[in-house]
Design a binder for this molecule. Structure first.
Ligand code: ZN
Length: 473
């Protein structure tokens, strides 16, 4: 009975954990490393295990840093089964296809540039659309929340709601090998309480070992209501000045949440009915449609709205822009529009065109509603750059810049701690966080019962087993 760590160790991205029990090998997530050029090398590096030896991949959720290396796993010989909730399977489809498309375009760009310089080196994408289609064929087992599934002899898994994005889960693994029993809980990414679209994370059962995320393990979020008011204030002020509001968005969750608040704002008379809203992201449009199909993953109130006539995403004046021509047509609006486009950190995608057209306008506003890593265009603007380089041009930053931090899809320090307290864990491994954040969160857990594993570290779970007693749900 062995647990080993192959990603998101002393870092945030690339989640991947291997369990070996009773002759079966299971991965919990197989995520992409994201955030910089040097991480491309980490993605290309060997996994640390043989892909062909893996029998199952159990997915917590469809964010790229949790499922983004699945096509690579298939390419390197994985022939087993991917198990997930149905919403995770559907979201993973659009996320992975988008990822392959981005990698193919990037390789093509570098190859063209290299050829013009006379280089002979050929850049290949990490994986292509064909590899993605292959890995999507392996999503052959769908699970429901709170229904234990026997994966193999001696291994039972239960997905419980993590409240992070549509279909997201923590995974409870009950292992039994040679008379020894061990219960592990993988937190996956945990959501924040009190959201309007998704339920609060489920209370985890008691466990022997916990592997948990620590993204925001050192800070508290601003109350949601204050953040919604701040968003409405930014829009009303900008429209009064005659400008546009540009919101760089994350396609999978934040976009739908913002649409929901815009809908509520108009219904409550806090935002003008005449407002034009452009959702300029094919991936976000597809994800919005998936919310309707998987309304059973939402709060009771949101599910009732999604199944009824009062569509919570249907803001008056909402335009879905799938193709490039629709996207370019938005440039005609110099004021009175809310423009939502990806990528959330402005590292690529259509948002760059909208920044080019609005950043230099004094009457415009850019509203950041999510986390921005150091070095990204979003972070440069947030940190007060006077001029930024966008699509090969220097653009003056004259627009009003808002950073609203209460919309996080991650639990904050106190929420993580409360979740962990329910597990009464014998031992906890912290993953998926910056190292200093992890160290700070580790101080809050019982001394001697917490570790910060490095990539490649493995542990014999028998150390934490209780031979006679089995924890009960
Ligand atoms: Zn996530």
């Amino acid at each position: 009975m062995k647990l080993s760590f192959h990603g998101a160790d002393l870092g945030v991205t690339g989640s991947c954990h291997l369990i070996e029990c009773a002759g079966t090998r299971i991965l919990i997530d197989c995520g992409l490393f994201q955030g910089g050029r040097e991480l491309d090398e980490e993605n290309e590096a060997p996994f640390g295990f043989n892909a062909a030896d893996i029998d199952f991949v159990l997915l917590t959720h469809a964010h790229l840093d949790h499922c983004g290396r699945l096509p690579l796993l298939a390419k390197r010989g994985f022939r087993g089964t991917v198990i997930s909730t149905s919403a995770t399977r559907d979201l993973a489809r659009i996320v992975l296809l988008d990822s392959a498309h981005l990698q193919e375009s990037e390789a093509e760009y570098h190859n063209k540039k290299g050829a013009r310089r006379g280089e002979e080196k050929h850049y290949a994408p990490l994986y292509n659309t064909h590899d993605v289609l292959h890995s999507l064929d392996q999503f052959t087992q769908i699970v429901r929340y709170d229904h234990p599934v026997q994966i193999a002899s001696g291994i039972t898994a239960t997905w419980i709601d993590a409240g992070h994005i549509l279909g997201s889960a923590s995974i409870v693994l009950d292992l039994n090998e040679a008379g020894k029993r061990c219960r592990l809980v993988f937190s996956g990414d945990l959501g924040s309480d009190g959201r309007k679209l998704l339920r609060d994370p489920a209370i985890p059962p008691k466990a022997d070992v916990v592997v948990m995320e620590t993204t925001y393990g050192d800070r508290l979020h601003k109350p949601l209501d204050l953040s919604i008011d701040e968003l409405y204030g930014a829009i009303v002020d900008t429209f009064r000045r005659g400008g546009n509001v540009v919101i760089p968005t994350f396609a999978l969750e934040r976009t739908q949440e913002i649409l929901y608040y815009l809908h509520e704002g108009v219904t409550q008379g806090k935002l003008p009915r005449s407002m034009q809203v452009f959702l300029d992201s094919p991936m976000a449009i597809s994800a919005t449609e998936l919310f309707r199909q998987h309304s059973d993953c939402c709060t009771e109130n949101a599910a009732a709205l999604l199944q009824g006539k009062a569509d919570p995403f249907q803001v008056p004046g909402l335009h879905f822009c799938r193709d490039a021509a629709d996207s370019m047509a938005i440039n005609q609006f110099s004021g009175g529009a809310v423009i939502m486009a990806g990528a959330g950190m402005c590292t690529g995608g259509r948002i760059r065109h909208h920044l080019k057209h609005n950043l230099w306008r004094q009457n415009a506003s850019i509203v950041f509603v999510g986390f921005a890593s150091v070095g990204t265009l979003a972070r440069k603007i947030i940190d007060g750059a006077r001029t930024v380089r966008v699509l090969g041009e220097d653009i003056a930053v004259k627009a009003n810049i808002y950073t609203i931090n209460g919309f996080s899809a991650h639990a904050d320090r106190d929420e993580l701690l409360a979740w962990h307290n329910h597990t009464h864990a014998t031992h906890t491994f912290l993953v998926h966080g910056e190292e200093e954040v992890m160290r700070s969160f580790a101080q809050l857990l019982p001394a001697g019962k917490v570790s910060l594993p490095q990539t490649g570290y493995s542990v014999d779970l028998a150390t934490y087993c209780h031979p006679k007693k089995t924890a009960k749900h």
